[in-house]
Design a protein around this ligand. Sequence first.
Ligand SMILES: NC(=O)C1=CN([C@@H]2O[C@H](COP(=O)(O)OP(=O)(O)OC[C@H]3O[C@@H](n4cnc5c(N)ncnc54)[C@H](OP(=O)(O)O)[C@@H]3O)[C@@H](O)[C@H]2O)[C@@H](O)CC1
Ligand SMILES: Nc1ncnc2c1ncn2[C@@H]1O[C@H](COP(=O)(O)OP(=O)(O)O)[C@@H](O)[C@H]1O
Ligand SMILES: [Mg+2]
Length: 247
Amino acid sequence: MGAAVLAARAALKTGAGLTFALAPKCGCDILQISNPEAMFIEGGTDVIDHIEVDENAVCGIGPGLGTDPKTAKAFLAFLKEYSQPLILDADALNIISQDPKNIKLIPKESIITPHPKEFERLFGPTGNSFRRVELAITKAREHHIYIVLKDHRTQIISPAGKVFYNITGNSGLAKGGSGDILTGIIASFSAQNYTPEEAAVLGVWFHGRAADSASEKYSKESMLPTDVIHEFGNVFEELNSLAVKAL
Ligand SMILES: NC(=O)C1=CN([C@@H]2O[C@H](COP(=O)(O)OP(=O)(O)OC[C@H]3O[C@@H](n4cnc5c(N)ncnc54)[C@H](OP(=O)(O)O)[C@@H]3O)[C@@H](O)[C@H]2O)[C@@H](O)CC1
Ligand SMILES: Nc1ncnc2c1ncn2[C@@H]1O[C@H](COP(=O)(O)OP(=O)(O)O)[C@@H](O)[C@H]1O
Ligand SMILES: [Mg+2]
């Protein structure tokens, strides 16, 4: 449930208007106590076995989803019905990887955020990071999706084949939960009507910038994903002051 808590909190703290967290009933207390601002949607008892969301909502799916066969069935059924762009990470990608045919179910304009292993599970091994980017360009074009190739220097690949290379962030992010907050950030920016390219590029930059601010305060060793979330306000202040100077 930690992953769901972190993703929901990151969305709440980056400007999303109304945030919902879908989880099994057993996670309700944890989610409501840690994130009272997020509304709970029950998606099962012990594991997620049904996914129903408003077509007007922007959905980030994967952190803490699990890969139970009932969850996999429910998620694939959801993908077959749902046509709006999604933000897909973690176990959403792991479920899709179970059968290469599932990749076609990802709605166009969706953003996927695989770490190197998740990328390999989806599209196969590549040997080195240069080949990985080449394959990502091919796959982003083929499936008309945005691929956020998470790494120590994350790259964002657009369906048109544009590659953005991010330079914010540091090794203090190499901890469980860092990717989960990125999913929340990108989903939140997408819900605020940024284009998928803007949401992915700004989201990755923002995540790294907050991590740089956290590492200055707490050190790379001691900083936690929760500390990164605490720095979001400072990053917005920085962006606002840059916007004022630009006027
Ligand atoms: N606090 C919580 O509740 C948290 C919950 N979480 C939730 O857990 C679920 C599973 O997600 P996960 O990423 O932990 O597992 P999974 O994708 O199966 O990876 C396992 C193997 O993949 C590899 N690998 C991993 N990272 C890599 C990298 N950067 N670069 C390269 N390889 C990498 C590595 O393989 P190895 O090094 O052994 O070859 C590793 O052994 C998911 O729902 C997620 O949201 C987590 O987000 C953590 C915080
Ligand atoms: N050494 C590093 N330097 C900079 N960023 C890193 C480093 N290691 C990991 N990250 C970032 O941390 C996040 C890790 O995501 P992920 O592997 O999905 O973690 P988790 O699933 O545990 O939350 C990604 O955004 C990645 O770019
Ligand atoms: Mg992850």
